[in-house]
Write a protein that binds this ligand. Structure first.
Ligand SMILES: Cc1cc2nc3c(=O)[nH]c(=O)nc-3n(C[C@H](O)[C@H](O)[C@H](O)COP(=O)(O)OP(=O)(O)OC[C@H]3O[C@@H](n4cnc5c(N)ncnc54)[C@H](O)[C@@H]3O)c2cc1C
Length: 515
């Protein structure tokens, strides 16, 4: 039975506690809501700081924005979509898909938009999380699913003079659709995942585009194409066909791409792919000096492997130039390079990615005994299986620390994480609170850290994945299938349960095998 969520002004501090509060309405938050409802848990609320649903696919609206994991895999396994228009669906279509899921599974009345969760405090005496929301109201909840995602905070480069630029400037994730690029000189800072999608689109209308590249990327052909009406009809008629295709896409990532990253030792397979992409760059880019500047000099997989069909072609246009000189500062008239050249621009676009640890900075979280999550993670963000941190009872992350696989769909990973979270919530049916043990947390993270040492990301490899101290807090060193296997069953010996009684002290209990 649906119970309408009262409006903010009606929410007094003593509003009945929620069973589950979900932070964020992206693939993870919406997926969590759907799974909860399926499990018969109706008393949940999804708070989303943005004014729309879809997370990444609400925020990233730059021209050319699209997924780079094929759409038939980049969607919920329980909600295949036979009607994807292309192999790699554009942003609007993915956002509309998430909206459709919200309606089909009846969770729209559980979503509160324009509502940031500012802080979360564990009230041990009540066994509840106290959430302070952006509008100043307070809500209590037994469980919190922290589905803020890692990529919701746009990162700007630390370049002097950013505020001096006299024209419009924007981050790719905060696109200003009111700005007209026609006939304008545009400086695009960055040449990675978002830049390679938006440069070909802007190049069609802008007078000139300077693409500022710090480090070249391995960009493989995307081989995107539209699905014909016939193909869509077949996917609709024979759902097994969609499942088979999805499975093929998944195995391709596991077999073709995972071996590239899984070892830091020499790999013939990796070297072969590197040679193929280098040959591709030389074949695609007309100007030899530009082609040379686009050739990466590090092992493939060290940075994210990108795909595009039209980026290298766009660099052949007369109105597009690759600038490899460093940036000294942003001037009112444009970009001043380290070579002393002032390259004038009318519009600045920062395609400079995200603060990779966005899940860490999304809200102030205080667990047992007032322990701040930021203190727990002062050295490095860590979590047991990416989702559980000791000292934070009934609190779960999706896409938390060390959950990035890079070779498969994040939605696939999210579904695995939700499986474990749902089991954790179900295990507290007697009113207790669940918490991972310190031992299990330490052991799991020691295993992850040791395994990361043998991946291509370790050692001298410099990448966005790495923190300034060289630690890797975002990536998972094994393949997606082993991740899924690892998330199938809550390992009860790795948890303990607190007896929680309203008005009484929380008494930690040891997990018994039969819980
Ligand atoms: C441009 C782009 C393209 C991508 N393409 C792919 C792809 O092809 N394949 C792939 O697997 N992955 C891709 N990703 C990664 C993508 O982020 C994930 O696939 C997925 O969308 C993550 O879903 P999520 O729900 O975990 O996080 P998000 O989609 O980021 O949603 C989290 C939501 O939480 C909200 N939020 C954060 N903090 C708070 C708070 N304190 N209070 C309330 N709300 C809050 C945010 O506003 C956001 O809407 C891409 C990412 C980007 C940026």
């Amino acid at each position: 039975m649906n119970r309408a969520i009262p409006h903010t002004e009606q929410l007094a501090a003593d509003a009945p506690p929620l069973q589950v509060l979900i932070v964020g309405a992206g693939f993870a938050g919406v997926g969590a809501g759907i799974r909860l409802r399926e499990a018969g848990i109706d008393n949940f609320l999804i708070c989303e700081k943005a004014v729309g649903i879809g997370g990444t696919w609400w925020h990233n609206r730059y021209p050319g924005a699209a997924c780079d994991i094929a759409s038939h895999l980049y969607c919920y396994s329980f909600e295949p979509n036979p009607n994807w228009s292309r192999k790699f669906a554009p942003q609007a279509e993915i956002q509309a898909y998430i909206e459709r899921c919200v309606d089909k599974y009846g969770i729209r009345d559980r979503i509160r938009l324009n509502t940031a969760v500012v802080s979360l405090d564990w009230e041990a005496e009540r066994g509840l999380w106290r959430a302070r929301l952006g509008d100043g109201s307070v809500r209590h909840s037994r469980h919190v699913i922290f589905a803020s995602g890692g990529l919701h905070l746009p990162a700007y480069p630390d370049i002097p003079g950013r505020g001096d630029f006299r024209g419009p400037s924007m981050h790719s994730a905060e696109w200003d659709a009111s700005v007209d690029f026609s006939g304008k000189r545009v400086a695009v800072i960055g040449s990675a995942a978002s830049a390679i999608q938006l440069v070909p689109e802007l190049a069609r209308v802008a007078a000139r585009i300077d693409v500022y590249q710090r480090t070249p990327n391995y960009i493989a052909p995307r081989l995107d194409r539209a699905f014909s009406e016939r193909e869509k009809a077949r996917f609709a008629r024979w759902p097994w066909l969609g499942r088979l295709y999805r499975h093929y896409l998944f195995l391709r990532g596991e077999w073709l791409l995972f071996p590239v990253v899984k070892t830091r030792r020499r790999s013939r397979w990796r070297e072969r792919l590197e040679r193929m992409i280098r040959a591709h760059i030389r074949a695609e880019v007309a100007e030899p000096a530009t082609a040379e500047a686009l050739l990466p000099s590090y092992p493939m997989g060290c940075k994210r492997i990108l795909i595009a069909d039209d980026f290298y072609q766009a660099l052949n246009r007369r109105n597009v130039e690759l600038v490899t000189a460093g940036i000294e500062r942003i001037a009112p008239e444009g970009v001043q390079t380290t070579g002393g050249e002032l390259r004038e621009a009318d519009i600045l676009v920062y395609a400079t990615g995200f603060d990779l640890e966005g899940y860490m900075r999304a809200a102030v979280v205080r667990g047992r005994n007032g322990r701040l999550l930021s203190e727990e993670w002062a050295d490095i963000p860590r979590a047991y299986k990416g989702g559980f941190v000791p000292g934070f009872p009934n609190f779960y992350f999706t896409t938390g620390p060390n959950t990035g696989v890079g070779t498969t769909s994040v939605v696939y990973m999210i579904e695995a994480q939700l499986e474990l979270i749902l089991q954790a919530i179900a295990s507290t049916g007697d009113g207790s609170a669940i918490e991972v043990t310190e031992d299990a947390y330490q052991r799991y993270n020691a295993e992850i850290r040791a395994a990361l040492q043998d991946t291509v990301w370790a050692g001298a490899c410099q990448s966005w994945y790495k923190r300034a101290d060289g630690e890797i807090a975002s990536l998972y060193p094994f393949n997606a299938r082993s991740y899924r296997r690892d998330h199938r069953q809550l390992e009860r010996g790795d948890f303990r349960w607190h007896a929680v009684a309203a008005g009484h002290d929380v008494r930690p209990t040891t997990a018994s095998a039969d819980r």
